[in-house]
Design a protein around this ligand. Structure first.
Ligand SMILES: O=C(O)CCC(=O)C(=O)O
Length: 265
């Protein structure tokens, strides 16, 4: 993909709102390849021989409700895959991330937590509450030195729970969040105080596969509510950071190998 130059207005929007949606930033082919791989992983666990559309939606919804551990196996298998790593390389959005970070030398670009989410209707255990990513990821101090790239790989709409932004909240900086440990099948959360949202305008991002939202690490945002019957919302995320800062602190991760109760056990 050729280098895409962001405009001065794009960079002003990012600075003022704390996020920027770039339409058509990623090519369709890597998205199709990734979603084909995701359907493959769901088939490995569900045993379904139905077409991709059914596997990616109804089959996964049913599986997650009946076998939450299977859904966890699928989630972790996707995170550990070569296909997901290759996706982030193939979409080649690092130039845009560098422009947003005001960086010239790619040797100064770090990443953390290349991730992939599937948000199924009615799920309350894995949605992200109102948060700042800087509470989870501590590589840099300043919210402007790092960002989240949020990448829908299927259409992301208010009704299927697309991410909701609170524009301008990044100007407050990192605030004290309440930490809730992961437990059972519930994800860990760092939740910002309600006061961060008082009087704020909220924007439900509506985006197509290939659009990318670049989000300042201090911007308050969260998952919406997926109120559809069986439309799973799929998104990838990768966090870019700046390694040539005196306070830069690379994360050290500890492996955990949970016991999975597979559907076929
Ligand atoms: O897409 C979503 O539900 C929100 C994801 C998010 O907020 C994040 O990864 O920081």
């Amino acid at each position: 993909m050729t280098r895409r130059t962001l405009t001065a207005q794009d960079l002003r929007t990012y600075a003022e709102d704390g996020y920027l949606v770039v339409k058509g930033a990623a090519a369709q082919r890597p998205i199709d390849e990734l979603m084909g791989f995701v359907a493959h992983v769901i088939r490995l666990e569900s045993g379904s021989i139905e077409p991709d559309e059914a596997v990616l939606n109804r089959v996964l919804v049913d599986l997650k409700r009946s076998h939450p551990s299977s859904s966890s196996w699928i989630y972790q298998t996707i995170l550990g895959s070569w296909a997901l790593k290759r996706f982030f390389i193939d979409i080649a959005i690092e130039d845009m991330a560098m422009q947003v970070l005001g960086m010239d030398d790619p040797n100064n670009l770090g990443i953390v937590s290349p991730a992939f989410r599937f948000d199924i209707p009615g799920d309350t255990r894995n949605v992200r509450a109102w948060h700042q990513d800087s509470a989870y990821f501590r590589e840099n101090q300043a919210g402007t030195d790092a960002l989240v790239a949020w990448i829908p790989t299927t259409p992301s709409r208010q009704e299927n729970g697309s991410v909701v932004m609170a524009p301008g909240t990044h100007h407050v900086g990192r605030v004290g969040s309440v930490h809730e440990e992961a437990s059972g099948y519930k994800s860990e959360q760092y939740v910002v105080p309600d006061s961060m949202l008082e009087g704020r305008r909220l924007v439900h991002v509506e985006a197509e596969p290939g659009d990318v939202a670049f989000i300042n690490m201090d911007l308050v945002h969260g998952s919406g509510v997926n109120s559809t019957a069986d439309n799973v919302r799929y998104t990838a995320q990768i966090r870019f950071n700046t390694i040539n800062r005196p306070e830069y602190r690379p994360v050290q991760l500890r492996p955990i190998y949970p016991t999975y109760e597979r559907r076929t056990d």
